[in-house]
Design a protein around this ligand. Sequence first.
Ligand SMILES: Cc1cc2nc3c(=O)[nH]c(=O)nc-3n(C[C@H](O)[C@H](O)[C@H](O)COP(=O)(O)OP(=O)(O)OC[C@H]3O[C@@H](n4cnc5c(N)ncnc54)[C@H](O)[C@@H]3O)c2cc1C
Length: 370
Amino acid sequence: MQTLLVAPRAKPDHRTTALLASSVKALEMLGVWQACIPYAAPLRKLRIVDDTQRLFRAPETFFDAAEIELDAFGHNIENRHLVAALEARVSELGLSRITASALAVTSDAGGVTIKHADGEARVRLAIGADGARSLCRAAAGISTQRRAYPQTALTLNLGHTRPHGDTSTEFHTESGPFTLVPLPGQRSSLVCVLDPDRAAALSAMDDAALSAEIERRAHSHLGKMSVEPGRGIFPLAVETADAFAGERIALVGEAAHVVPPIGAQGLNLGLRDGATIAEILADARRDNLDVGAPQVLARYETQRRADVTSRTVAVDLLNRSLLTDFFPAHGARGLSLYLVDRIGPLRRAVMREGVAPAASQPRLMRGEMV
Ligand SMILES: Cc1cc2nc3c(=O)[nH]c(=O)nc-3n(C[C@H](O)[C@H](O)[C@H](O)COP(=O)(O)OP(=O)(O)OC[C@H]3O[C@@H](n4cnc5c(N)ncnc54)[C@H](O)[C@@H]3O)c2cc1C
């Protein structure tokens, strides 16, 4: 099976990605992770702190990867290093590559035509990994359900004077989570979810004022902070495609689903899509089936729908329980965290499901080749 990659070079990105252990395993199997190791920080502990001023506040909850016999829940890495490792592996494998955007995509019963700056390509199946404004999704005539949140994420990386101890700390506030995730050394990445005006005001601060403000919000638990150059502003929304495949087109990543950056789900879901479609196509080829056949793509839809829906609903519920003034929702969130904190088997089940969802673990993520 020949593969053609149609992708322009990535734009600069200061964000980081917390990759779960199953995603790291898949990248290892693909020969990508080895180049990431020097730049990745292990996430061994996770602390959730209810930093709201509400009457019903959840107890502080602490998760330790050692409790489920793991060295780490996953690793955090700057996107620029992850993208560089992927680019290097693409060159090493000699993958056919068109370093330009697809300009038009059309599909019919026999194949897909992709027009690009240097000409056009005809393929049996197009995998649309082209983001939230996907051209492939439009070509397949697939609509989406989208809801914007009244929130914006401010992202940046920073240095601090106290060690993070491989612990990611998530403060839950009335405007959304404020999450510090370890990077190698005494550095962390921040995703601070705020109302849009407040995010714009923080983003406009000079480095000294912003560092002091972030330290205040983090209750100085990592000591004195100093922000690094490069701030990002991302309006939050949730969006799910009505179908994950159309005529000879399959959608992966944000072309299929966008979730807010809460609980590090987005790219991990996207990598599960990628590993799943790879497995399905390898099986189809073994069975001498056409890789773009409707029954092959129907299998992809079936295998991905439950995982995407359950993660989207969980992130949405958690986020809305923070934003709402509806009193019982605070109680429900507090009670859930209390139970998870107190009941060991429940806590371990939550951790295991978070790292490696039992129902949707493609072979690559279990350490087997497709
Ligand atoms: C603030 C923030 C923090 C996040 N943190 C995490 C985290 O810790 N863990 C996690 O798992 N997820 C995280 N996410 C989510 C993660 O960033 C996304 O899930 C991920 O970037 C989606 O990847 P994607 O490739 O599907 O889409 P994109 O990142 O949007 O990439 C789409 C790609 O398609 C290319 N493209 C677009 N159109 C065309 C075309 N016509 N032809 C060819 N190429 C095209 C673009 O150039 C781009 O490279 C975070 C998101 C945000 C906003």
